[in-house]
Design a protein. Structure first.
Ligand SMILES: [Zn+2]
Length: 210
């Protein structure tokens, strides 16, 4: 396959550097067990990259180390790189330590983003029937502040909240299941891509020519 015909995914590890994202201090008597969202997102980003490349995709990361990057820089990396699809990786946090669940956000005005979010949620539910799935949400229903990456990217885009870092059990579970979570995201995004035959800026249903 020609390099340029391979689809390109842009993977955005949320937060980084001085922006740690959410955290869970777990045992207050220790600091070596502290969990930071920025580390989990980078770990998952590398796992996703490997999985996409294994399947013959090209993959680019908005960051490959623990550095802070403005949201619009992340957007520019994806747009100038002409990525076909975009995924931003995050973990949730809540004051209620019992809150759990997997959720996926999309731009309110993007039918393609919504469809891709649904494909990813479906893969997660299928692989992990015992885990809570909170569902698919438009960005205008979110309390999150990281959603510029959904509204300003030029390609179908989703933001995945893989779980609640504030919930001890879920934080541990997600750490142990990075490969499986990545698999759900990859499969869902690829299923979406194959169904919609995505081209930047163009909506072409797979059924148009049938
Ligand atoms: Zn985040």
């Amino acid at each position: 396959m020609n390099m340029n015909t391979k689809p390109l995914v842009c993977i955005d590890a949320g937060h980084g550097g001085r922006d740690s994202g959410a955290c869970n201090m777990r045992d207050p008597a220790r600091t070596d067990d502290d969990l930071y969202e920025k580390h989990l997102t980078l770990q998952l980003a590398f796992t996703l990259k490997s999985a996409f490349e294994r399947d013959g995709w090209r993959a680019m990361l908005t960051r490959e180390s623990d550095i802070a990057i403005p949201l619009m820089t992340r957007v520019r990396i994806a747009n100038e790189g002409k990525a076909n699809l975009f995924v931003s990786l995050h973990w949730n946090a809540a004051v209620n330590k019992k809150a759990v669940g997997f959720e996926v956000y999309h731009d309110n005005n993007s039918a393609r983003g919504k469809s891709m979010a649904e494909y990813v949620c479906k893969e997660f539910s299928r692989k992990y029937p015992d885990r809570k799935v909170r569902g698919v949400f438009p960005d205008n229903q979110s309390q999150h502040t990281d959603l510029t990456v959904l509204s300003r990217t030029a390609m179908p885009a989703i933001l995945v909240e893989s779980g609640f870092i504030s919930n001890d059990e879920e934080a541990d579970w997600t750490l142990k299941n990075m490969t499986g979570i990545a698999e759900c995201i990859v499969k869902g995004m690829q299923a979406f891509y194959n169904a919609w035959k995505v081209k930047p800026g163009v909506i072409t249903s797979a059924n148009t020519n049938s």
